[in-house]
Write a protein that binds this ligand. Sequence first.
Ligand SMILES: Cc1cc2nc3c(=O)[nH]c(=O)nc-3n(C[C@H](O)[C@H](O)[C@H](O)COP(=O)(O)OP(=O)(O)OC[C@H]3O[C@@H](n4cnc5c(N)ncnc54)[C@H](O)[C@@H]3O)c2cc1C
Length: 381
Amino acid sequence: MNRQPVVIIGSGLAGYTLAREFRKLDGESALTIISTDHGGFYSKPMLSNAFAQNKSVAALLNKSAAQMADELKAEIITNAYVTSIDPAKRQLTLNDLTRCYSRLVLSVGADPIRLSLQGNGADAVLSVNDLDDYGRFRAAIEGKHEIVILGAGLIGCEFASDLAGAGYSVRVINPGTQVLGSLLPPQAGTFMQRRLEAKGIRFELGTTAQKVERVGDRLRLTLANGDAIEADAVLSAAGLRPRTSLAKAAGISVQRGIVVDAFLQTNLAAIYALGDCAEANGKVQPFVMPIMHGARALAATLTGNPTAVAYPHMPVTVKTPDCPTVIVPPEPDTAGEWSITEYEEGLGALFSGPDGTLLGFVVQGAATAEKNRLTQQLGHP
Ligand SMILES: Cc1cc2nc3c(=O)[nH]c(=O)nc-3n(C[C@H](O)[C@H](O)[C@H](O)COP(=O)(O)OP(=O)(O)OC[C@H]3O[C@@H](n4cnc5c(N)ncnc54)[C@H](O)[C@@H]3O)c2cc1C
């Protein structure tokens, strides 16, 4: 028996879901979780609908690292940055210490994409990708009123809706001319935009912020279209980039994310990747459901029962209460077309292939009642 522990780098949803699944199958083997952060367990999706509910950081923290260590019978090393991996020796380095592993799982997440902005206020632009970020942003907008969000993707729209729900005045700036442009057909984007506008959210589409300057304790943004906007705070929601540098330096194959096979194994023996940092079949899937399915399969693999991940259709729910939206996006570059049905209180968009097979859909408002029926109609993933 290998007495070195299974080591998981990262204490986010991927790291902790895997640890829980692992413990269901193996109550004894040594398990170590290493994290640069506090190591407490929280639900990241809650961060973009917590302002309207006035949730504090403490209210969002479900369990401390010590409680997680107890529950998982695991060693949890917090505030520790893994700086290198030596695959030949099955060792890693953190805080100038060397640790050994039997199997290693990289669940290191993704970094928010930093926009290149000019001006002496560029460093005041914040993003929210973890609980500490949420605390910082909450402190920055305490007692303030006007907020600009950079990006009208899923996270940008959710924060816009949540902050408007909390009483803030919100403007969203987006380079594309449509909200949720990578996930929705144009009519569904318009439906979402109208619903959010009805809540008081203003959109500046088809332009970008170029410069952010401090004006007293406020910020002035200069846009590419020449407009200038003032705000109390600016939140960037410009997307995420998988954290790959640690893996790359260790000789692990990296494209957009850390490349894994159907068993979530990298090109190197005994090293796996799961969550926002991983790329399988050319796709990074930065959502909870792929983590759940991946964690179950990887736990089986790590406990001696090699198991390939089989992903079912995984609908994405957009947490905009004024415009409930569920999406199963068609695979990129799939042949087919959208057909749209608009109802008084909703919209349904079906993406069908040349032979009529349903390959994806969007349901909004009252049409979300159809999500289970449509998911069942989809062909095999
Ligand atoms: C605001 C927001 C709302 C979302 N809402 C939804 C939703 O409604 N539905 C949905 O499906 N998905 C949603 N998502 C996406 C979902 O939350 C993520 O896919 C998921 O939480 C990613 O988990 P992870 O463990 O891969 O990454 P993370 O949670 O980012 O964890 C990464 C961990 O790795 C650690 N780490 C990184 N580098 C090192 C290192 N070198 N050494 C040691 N530790 C390291 C970090 O400290 C951290 O603990 C949302 C995301 C955001 C930001």
